[in-house]
Design a protein around this ligand. Sequence first.
Ligand code: GLY
Length: 446
Amino acid sequence: MVRVLLIGGGARESAIAYTLKKNDEVKLYTLMKNKNPGIARLSEEIKLAKETDLNEVKSFTEKVKPDLAVVGPEAPLEAGVVDLLEDMGIPTVGPKKVAAQIETNKEFMRNLLKKYNIKGSLMFKAFEEYGEELESFIDELTEKGIKAVVKPVGLTGGKGVKVVGEQLKDNEEAKKYAKEIFETGLGGGKVLIEEKLEGVEFTLHGFVDIDSIKFTPFVQDHPHALEGDKGSITGGMGSYSCPDHNLPFMTEEDVKLAKEIMEGTVKALKEEVGGYKGILYGQFMLTKDGPKIIEYNARFGDPEAMNILAILKNDFLEICDAIVNKKLKNVDVEFENKATVCKYVVPKGYPDNPVKGEPITVDEESIEKLGAILHYASVNEENGTIYMTGSRAVAVIGVANTIEEAEKIAEEATKYIKGEVYHRSDIGKKELIKKRIETMRQLRGF
Ligand code: GLY
């Protein structure tokens, strides 16, 4: 038996738990904020506690004595949970605090790419205080015909990024927002101003053991709340991947370059902080000049983890073991040649004004009969009833030979989740994918 400690209780961690449990040797012990009923069912024991509370993590670890730990979300990485667990002698899938800066400190990430001359960099400047220099930088970008992106340097749960021409009307609003970040201390209270990129977003994940990176299929997430890519930015409303593991708007050169950027980053992290291990997630913009990094994340994407893990052929425990023991080089990481479509069912009003504490009913049997995979996300089970917490509630995934079939399975599955909820039915549909292909065709002019 292998005792695995899992930190985190969302749909991403549900996918991790479900995939680990495909190996009968795994006994799971989970520390999470709310009671995720799916994860609870797969676990020998759960502890409801804040995932960033190092004392709680320590005492649960002392109690359950795991052989291995897997950390799902970014907040515990920033809090130093991996450092704590490794000091306790527990090999852990996830980067130490210093390496997790690739996600938790956007200034560190941009400087790293610049210092090591990694392709895919862009114009940026970080500011410790509000002033003329910040104002001029925003205006200088405009003079070059470039719009500004304003973001806090630290973590904000995906809600801190604002773009001129989208959430910010003009440069004046951009400056006002920058001022607000300093005043409120949002994401650490430091501001990064970056060049806005035009193109189509995609994500690439790799398993990393300090020296080697093994890539997983490319995935496209949908951050906007509403159909047709409208509405506020969310944690991600759903995602798809293709049977050939590439995306239909990418060329072979784009694929090669995206991989080289991540390989370069892993090497740079070894030089700079002694190495990175865990899951590395590159969030890219495909521009007319090729892929550029928008952000890095030090963990699996949510929802992307559900696409990737649904078609992983290997024993995930074996991959985790290779990550912590620097043996990835010897592992052939393989995925089924299937399409995947994931759709999130979320509370009405999400993300700006979500209903909270509302019950939902999930007809698990019918979803299973359809052949769809179900992962509970930010819900809390109390006395057999599932309550939404205000964030994404339930994810359903279709896996099939084509995107069309996978989309139909996922869409059908959403009908069995009832309550004050909504979802984006356009994710994975032909029209939306065609739109991405057309955007890239127009940008590249071929
Ligand atoms: N897919 C967005 C995220 O995981 O941050």
